[in-house]
Design a binder for this molecule. Structure first.
Ligand code: NAI
Ligand code: MG
Length: 490
């Protein structure tokens, strides 16, 4: 059996999109093929939505906002979200399989993502009936209080690196707050978001409350963010597209949450537990083959432990097996030929400028998967601060090592890019760690465990990494607005 067809395509994959409680084709009738990035095989297809489809979805969301969803009590909203979490868990193995087939990520990572997606609905289910306002003391002649109202129809533009989990991260708080939603998953990975539409429907969500439209960014995505009835746009993706989304939303004064890229530092000080630092670095750069907005893609290491870190990181990187996500390889393929070329061009460019390639640095070859988009785990050593590969997001398994001579210099180097998403530090000196946390310009700081945190911890960026916060209670602020009511007592 050829490798490409060794993995069965599950029955019953969605081929339509979900608008106003109905499964529908696109107005144009056009479809988009979706592929397995490990083999290049077409595994499914979904509609290519245009402005007409977007109009229908937003109209459905608007109708539901003022209609059935408005009439649904907060307790019932929470119950529907809790049921959604339970249904995701019941279907977890199938969802993980499909997520891996379409995104290429190792199945154990996909399983983790599906559980996290369920976790978002569970977490926000608990908030739906606890959003409450204030009373403001103005003296005996007045009464003043605030209401938390849903902002309205929300748009969610989703990237391909964490398909279901990013959808859940936005839809969970939006629906909990009483908003309605139109979700546009990435054109590379739409299947699990479409299945989520079905799950939400089974959980009892009224028609029109959550719509999933599939299509390309420049067409469906742009029409959605431009729609005058959309009140808030939650966008996760690249910096240039984020800027376009923000400008488009400005034309109709919609608010935006922008979760953009990063070039996040992982600092290792001389006194660090090197075992923990090595383990953390490997996870920081090789999770999802480095296609992670919060990847730790710069290792900022004190000179006295640089050699010891490299002695461990290089063989550990070389030992990682590339392969199909459904074989639970340690590293899967990149998402597309385009992404593979982008990563290869960055590394080839650095090599041509005499940057030292300590390991990797070439296209990955996997037996019988010649059409897959594999790239080898790569470490670029002692890279100077102004190098392009240090300054720009590569979005692949490429670690840049920057050597520093003091903890103070580590902070300066950590802050030395246009991004500010996450920053990690490994040290046994808690005071140094907290000084770093105070002085580093980023939305999250991880001390002694990269990616520490989870559903409940607020997440978002500074500088070009964007603004607004997702996850945790902080995410709710995007989805309600405060109305203040003041009455004079006569
Ligand atoms: P992208 O930012 O263009 O796409 C992300 C989402 O935005 C997709 O759903 C896409 O259809 C949509 N989109 C594209 N153009 C749009 C527009 N004009 N209006 C509204 N929505 C639009 O990212 P792309 O092209 O997939 O990848 C390019 C690079 O972006 C990657 O190489 C990577 O460096 C970075 N990236 C960063 C992500 C992150 O999580 N920070 C996620 C995905 C990509
Ligand atoms: Mg793009």
């Amino acid at each position: 059996m050829s490798q490409a067809t060794r993995w069965a395509i599950p029955d019953g994959l969605p081929e339509k999109m979900f608008i106003d409680g109905q499964w529908v084709a696109s107005a144009s009738g056009r479809m988009i093929d979706t592929i397995d990035p490990a083999t290049g095989r077409v595994i499914g297809r979904f509609p290519d939505a245009n402005t007409d489809d977007v109009d229908r979805a937003v109209a459905g969301a608007r109708k539901a906002l003022g209609g059935e969803w408005r009439a649904t009590t907060p307790t019932m909203r929470g119950r529907i979200l809790a049921r959604t979490a339970a249904l995701i868990r019941e279907d977890a193995e199938r969802l993980a399989y499909i997520e891996t087939l379409e995104s290429g990520k190792p199945i154990r990572e996909a399983r983790g993502d599906i559980e996290t997606a369920a976790g978002y609905f569970e977490y926000y289910a608990g908030i739906a009936d606890k959003l409450q306002g204030d009373s403001i003391p103005l003296g005996p002649d007045f009464m003043s209080f605030t209401l938390h109202e849903p902002v309205g129809v929300t748009a969610h533009i989703i990237p391909w690196n964490f398909p279901l989990v990013t959808t859940a991260r936005g839809a969970g708080p939006a629906l909990a707050a009483g908003c309605t939603a139109v979700i546009k998953p990435a054109e590379q990975t739409s299947l699990t978001s479409l299945i989520l539409a079905d799950i939400l429907h089974q959980a009892g969500l009224p028609a029109g409350v959550c719509n999933v439209i599939t299509g390309y960014g420049a067409d469906a995505g742009a029409s959605l963010t431009a729609h005058p009835d959309v009140s808030h746009v939650t966008f996760t993706g690249s910096v240039p597209t984020g800027k376009t989304v923000m400008k488009t939303a400005a034309d109709h004064v919609a608010s935006v949450t922008l979760e953009l890229g990063g070039k996040s530092p992982l600092v290792v000080l001389a006194d660090a537990d090197l075992d923990a630092a090595v383990e953390g670095t490997l996870k920081a750069i090789y999770l999802n083959a480095g296609q992670v907005c919060s990847a730790g893609s710069r290792l900022v290491v004190e000179r006295s432990v640089h050699a010891a870190m490299m002695e461990r990181l290089v063989p550990a990187s070389e030992a990682l097996a590339l392969g199909h996500g459904l074989d639970d390889a340690q590293l899967g393929p990149l998402i597309s030929a385009e992404q593979l070329k982008k990563v290869a061009d960055y590394v080839d460019g650095a090599r041509a400028r005499s940057v030292s390639v300590a390991t990797g640095g070439h296209i990955g070859e996997v037996t019988d998967m010649e059409d897959g988009f594999f790239y080898t785990p790569t470490i670029l050593d002692q890279v100077s601060a102004d190098e392009k590969v240090v300054q720009e997001e590569i979005f692949g398994p490429v670690l840049c090592v920057q050597v520093v001579d003091s903890p103070e210099q580590a902070i300066a180097v950590a802050n030395g890019t246009d991004f500010g998403l996450v920053a990690g530090i490994y040290t046994r000196d808690i005071n140094r760690a907290l000084e770093f946390a105070r002085d580093v310009d980023s939305g999250q700081v991880f001390i002694n465990q990269f990616f520490a945190g989870g559903i409940a911890t607020p997440f978002g960026g500074t500088k070009q990494s964007g603004f607004g916060r997702e996850k945790g209670l902080a995410a709710m602020a995007s989805y309600y607005r405060v109305k203040c009511i003041t009455t004079r007592l006569t």
